[in-house]
Design a protein around this ligand. Structure first.
Ligand code: ZN
Length: 324
């Protein structure tokens, strides 16, 4: 399929140009889709930007690939990359925490789970922060919290919109209470940005759970998600056994949350840069005029108007089935 490339396809989409390093992705030549359980040839999946060709399930993207898929080529400048975690509790589970960090740094080539920097989305300058699930499950410890606060401060100082991508198992248990403190810290950093008239957007991708969902990811001015993304606090089994009720189909998937009003929009991977550019245009028209949610609401209203003009454009529904 990929062997011949017609000349007229001179401009391949941003997604199809994504490059993956072998160490970035788990599994061998074939991968099983979480959504429809089809076995897919990995190369084909990579060519489709890690979106299942059958059910459109969006696989988790490694941090660097996400940055590449989102920002204009060559616009990324990483910030605060040298911050590294401290093992303050001398925490040991199966492997000492310090050793685990050391190994993960070596394997991923990055010092922490959050990649933060500046760049441009279709020509709009932004501060971008991406949680990488490959780094201890994208968990939030002291450094991730600090980098999020620094990202918010940078956005405020440079008057830039702040865009997050999350994929995370939640707070980093190896850091105990210090990791839970980051929930409050990141929320207050975002509140400050909002009070100053800044705009924050979070795109939750599969999976976004625990203390990340319960803090900065959910309090951004605008919350988007990729189709079929698992988004929640506690896992479904814990909830079902606590409330002793069967959970509804599609529980904790993006479409379910959208229906319940917890998300502003579900956007397919290939449409994300365009949508973010649009929201940034709507949302940052005037830093001074609105504050926080007021501006986000203005952006949403414009978005809604546009949707009504062109109905039936997006079709994320397909990804719901089988994703649970
Ligand atoms: Zn699938």
């Amino acid at each position: 399929m990929a062997s011949s490339k017609p000349e007229e396809e001179a401009k391949p989409s941003r997604i199809s140009r994504l490059r993956f390093k072998k160490k970035d992705m788990p599994g061998g030549l074939w991968m099983k889709c979480e959504g429809c359980t089809t076995t897919i040839y990995r190369k084909e999946l990579e060519e489709k930007g890690m979106v299942c060709p059958k059910c459109r399930f969006h696989f988790t993207l490694p941090g660097p690939a996400r940055i590449q898929a989102t920002l204009d080529d060559g616009s990324w400048t990483e910030l605060f990359a040298d911050l590294t975690s401290l093992d303050r509790l001398n925490f040991v589970d199966s492997v000492p925490y310090a050793e685990k960090i050391e190994r993960t740094v070596k394997r991923t080539g990055q010092n922490e789970a959050l990649l933060c920097g500046t760049g441009e989305i279709q020509g709009r300058p932004v501060v971008l922060a991406v949680l990488d699930f490959r780094f201890l499950g994208g968990s939030m410890g002291e450094v991730v919290g600090e980098k999020i606060a620094l990202a918010a401060e940078t956005a405020q100082a440079q008057r830039l919109p702040l865009v997050f991508f999350t994929s995370s198992g939640g707070a980093r248990m190896h850091e105990g209470m210090l990791s839970l403190m980051q929930m409050a810290k990141t929320c207050s950093a975002l509140a400050e940005l909002s009070d100053a008239g800044g705009l924050s957007i979070c795109v939750m991708t599969n999976p976004t759970t625990g203390g990340v969902t319960a803090s900065f990811a959910s309090v951004c001015d605008l919350t988007l998600a990729e189709p079929g993304a698992l988004i929640g606090f506690a896992g479904p089994r814990v909830i079902a056994s606590t409330i002793r009720q069967e959970l509804p189909p599609g529980f904790q998937r993006a479409e379910f949350l959208m229906e319940k009003g917890q998300l502003d929009a579900i956007v397919s991977r290939e449409d994300l840069p365009g949508m973010l550019a649009k929201l940034i245009d709507y949302g940052t028209a005037s830093w001074q005029e609105y504050a926080g949610r007021g501006r986000a609401n203005a952006a949403l209203k414009l978005l809604e108007d546009e949707r009504q003009k062109a109905p039936g454009d997006s079709s994320p529904e397909q990804a719901v089935d089988g994703a649970s």
